[in-house]
Design a protein around this ligand. Structure first.
Ligand code: SAM
Length: 380
């Protein structure tokens, strides 16, 4: 037990799972199950560099007698007190709790805009009756003065990553995949016909278009906009006809002339930094009244964000996101975050659905929204 305890201390100090713990299940199993309180501060990670005017705190805590309070301290000053009340499926699965009412997750967003740039200590402590547990203590480097510059850098880093990409299977998990399932889901909402024009955002190597063609989906015209010159020339070579056209450009800024009936996008909008909002806003100008947007995203199901802070979401992205080493940004959206963006864009929400592109990669959230003048009139 002693070595396990040492590992746990290490974990609390670093805020990450120590070597030897593959995942949260391993970690939870190793914790002394007799403890009244169990929990962890998941983020920020130790030594993170913070380029946002807020600090996103995330963790979980659970107590035998259920009454629990978590205090968040920055430089030993209490700046937030909260009760864990968010769903954390990963923790509940890891703990083997069968009761569905257990909601051990907590998040807090600490305004650090007034703090000086430099190193600061963040602690989370859980209290239950007379017992208390240090969930984590980490050091972060605040770089608030660099926020605008950094945000701009991230934006161009993300664009550069896609500008250079090639029309190969690396765009879809190293395997050339079919778009059949995605198109089947689109067909549930869009009445594809020879009267309807389709716009695709980020066609890549033409996965979705290949399915449209092979499944004989009728369309008046198809236009694909992609940032990568390599992709566009390959797409033009393989698919261009008098009904199928491609535009080389950034769909967040491109100025198209035509108005479309259906906009589709797969495995692409989750990569837009900070969110997909700017892309949809720009493209919305080219969608007919009553036209549909159908796109997939990665869903954040581990955490419910009951009150979405719109400005923060639009400026810095969803609560959960990551940058891969390749420079690829990946946003994970709660359904509340998606709905908040749709409201901001004045799009009518039609449905959430799911698609499995490939069994090993799990299901994706499909968002269906409609452009309608009625929504604009209601909100004005
Ligand atoms: C991961 S790939 C997905 C390709 C395709 N949609 C599929 O599902 O197979 C993302 C594609 O979107 C394109 N892309 C990413 N951001 C873009 C942007 N801002 N404007 C235009 N194309 C973009 C990339 O060049 C790439 O072809």
């Amino acid at each position: 037990m002693e070595s396990v305890n040492k590992k746990i201390c290490f974990s609390k100090r670093t805020g990450v799972f120590p070597p030897g713990f593959k995942n949260i299940n391993d970690f939870i199993m190793a914790i002394n199950v007799q403890a009244l309180i169990r929990g962890s501060l998941d983020s920020p990670a130790n030594r993170s560099r913070i380029f946002t005017p807020f600090l996103q705190i995330k963790g979980w805590a659970i107590s035998e007698n259920r009454e629990l309070q978590v205090k968040i301290l920055v430089d030993d000053i209490v700046i937030d007190e909260l009760e864990p009340k968010l769903t954390r499926n990963d923790v509940v699965r890891g703990l083997g709790v069968t009761e569905h009412t257990v909601t051990p997750g907590f998040t807090s967003e600490v305004d650090v805009s007034k703090l000086s740039d430099g190193i600061h200590n963040v602690k989370a402590i859980a209290y239950s009756g007379d017992d208390k547990l240090l969930l984590g203590s980490v050091f972060v480097q605040l770089l608030i003065s660099k926020v605008p510059q950094y945000t701009e850098e991230l934006r161009s880093r993300s664009l550069e990553r896609w500008k250079k990409c090639k029309p190969d299977p690396l765009l879809t998990w190293g395997k050339k995949l079919t778009g059949d399932e995605f198109i089947k889901t689109c067909g549930k909402y869009a009445n594809f016909s020879t009267e309807k024009s389709i716009l695709e955002l980020g066609p890549g190597y033409g996965r979705i278009l290949s399915s449209i063609i092979s499944k004989n989906i009728p369309f008046k015209s198809y236009t694909g906009v992609d940032l990568s010159e390599n992709n566009i020339s390959e797409l033009q070579k393989n698919f261009e006809t008098n009904k199928i056209h491609f535009v080389h450009g950034n769909f967040t800024t491109v100025q198209l002339k035509e108005k479309f009936d259906v906009v589709v996008s797969s495995l692409t909008l989750k990569h837009q930094y900070p969110t997909f909002a700017n892309a949809i806003k720009n493209i919305s100008k080219n969608v007919k009244n009553g036209g549909l947007f159908i796109f997939d995203l990665l869903e954040n199901t581990d955490m419910k964000s009951a009150d979405v802070k719109l400005k923060k979401l639009l400026d810095f992205g969803p609560t959960s996101s990551t940058w891969e080493e390749t420079g690829t940004f990946v946003g994970f959206y709660t359904t509340e975050e998606v709905l908040a963006v749709l409201r901001y864009l004045q799009l009518e929400f039609v449905a959430f659905d799911y698609v499995v592109h490939w069994p090993e990669t799990g299901k994706r959230l499909v968002v269906v929204a409609r452009k309608t003048d009625l929504v604009s009139e209601k909100s004005s």
